[in-house]
Design a protein around this ligand. Structure first.
Ligand SMILES: [Zn+2]
Length: 407
């Protein structure tokens, strides 16, 4: 895996190409990139045939360790012996393995000197470096996150934050030692985790020390939904400012368009789509601005259509549980070309939700996923534009101040 940067804008945004090798060819992913979030190798509420037909067709995904570590686990994958791509029928896809599940709220106080805890269907499991490397060796993802002792941005006890940085570096050194002696592990890309909570000096120390190790990229760990915007921006920048420009930077669980743009301006390249699941399970449909071209006209049209039914200000999302949509026969978002918006109305989705039909989740996932992917495509367009004003205009239309999604 290698990142080729095309451009760094004056706002700090990076646009580029992440190149990786399949068994037969080289593949390219454009950055800023949103990796489809999966549990057990599946996008929740979407069957694989629908997943393959989504537009644009996903060519990459984020795997989450808690949904795979207990079952199938190392033993099944080792016995199968054809790797996680074949096991999940995700051949030729770029698969990234993260330690925690960004859709689940972080739990503190469970990591130990020699292990990190993850929550599987069977409950808490302690993951040691040796156990994790056995799983990576059996599954062979394209890239994996190093084991880390991540603490929430709300952890403000300096002693605990320092311990988190020290432990994470020790886990990384143990990982590198094991990788050095194993060709299978060497062929998987390794991301070093940058931790340190909200403590500026510890974030810088974690990033500086991780850079000294031979890793293929970085994950900025430990952000959740409760941080203030100012804190989020300054802590992110403290971490990314010491990372080499040529290496990809990943982040987990960034939820609002405003926070995504802040992370992009701080030099982050790769995100995940966990926010799609959160919105869907809340019965919500994304409506935030996501177009790089005819956005102003579309926005006016959408707003007008909404005002005809129920006057409401432009928003990030609409809650289809609300009774006001019972007689709203417009699509979730006028102009959206997803299957749900082409074939169904807000009133029908509202009906599916109140009758608790599982089709509600499938249709909302299709819309929200398509919407977020278009947001990232538009973001790449405006970052590539020679006119800085294109990005600023895009930002002014989609960066609402509030945090809008809570798990
Ligand atoms: Zn749609």
């Amino acid at each position: 895996m290698k990142l080729f940067l095309e451009k760094i804008t004056s706002s700090g945004g990076r646009v580029g190409r992440l190149v990786w090798c399949t068994e037969s060819a080289q593949s390219v992913l454009e950055t800023p990139l949103c990796l489809p979030y999966t549990r057990a190798g599946a996008i929740p509420h979407i069957v694989q045939s629908v997943y393959q037909d989504l537009s644009p067709r996903p060519t990459a995904a984020m795997l989450t360790l808690p949904s795979l570590y207990e079952l199938p686990g190392s033993a099944v994958l080792k016995e199968y012996d054809y790797g996680i791509h074949n096991f999940l029928n995700m051949k030729d896809q770029f698969l990234y393995l993260s330690i925690q599940d960004p859709h689940c709220p972080p739990r503190s106080g469970f990591n130990e000197e020699k292990s990190t805890s993850v929550w599987t269907n069977g409950g808490r499991m302690k993951v040691s470096v040796a156990g994790y490397m056995e799983f990576v060796r059996a599954s062979r993802p394209n890239v994996f996150e190093s084991l880390c002792d991540s603490v929430s941005s709300q952890t403000n006890k300096l002693k605990r934050v320092r311990k988190s940085v020290d432990r994470t570096l020790r886990f990384l050194d143990q990982t590198l030692a094991m990788r050095q002696n194993c060709q299978v592990l060497e062929e998987c890309g390794l991301l070093g985790a940058v931790v340190g909570g909200d403590v500026y000096e510890e974030r810088v120390r974690s990033a500086t020390e991780t850079v000294k190790r031979p890793v293929d990229g970085f994950v900025i760990e430990g952000f959740d939904l409760e941080h203030s915007h100012e804190c989020y921006q300054s802590i992110l920048q403290s971490a990314t400012s010491v990372l080499p420009q040529s290496s990809p930077r990943f982040i987990h669980g960034v939820y609002s368009p405003g926070d995504i743009l802040t992370a992009v301006e701080s030099g982050v390249d790769v995100f995940d789509s966990a926010c799609v699941l959160t919105a869907t399970e809340n019965g919500c449909a994304f409506t935030f601005h996501n177009s790089s071209s005819d956005c102003v006209e579309n926005r006016r049209e959408n707003r007008g259509a909404t005002e005809n039914i129920a006057a409401e200000p432009p928003s990030h999302q609409i809650d289809l549980n609300d009774e006001k949509y019972a007689m709203d026969f417009s699509p979730l978002l006028r102009g959206c070309e997803c299957y749900c918006c082409v074939h169904h109305t807000r009133a029908y989705i509202h009906h599916l939700l109140i009758t608790r039909e599982i089709l509600a989740s499938t249709l909302l996932m299709m819309h929200n996923f398509t919407h977020l992917m278009k947001f990232f495509a538009s973001l790449r367009d405006v970052l590539r534009s020679p006119l800085e004003s294109d990005y600023l205009h895009f930002k002014s239309l989609c960066a609402f101040p509030e945090h809008f999604l809570h798990a």
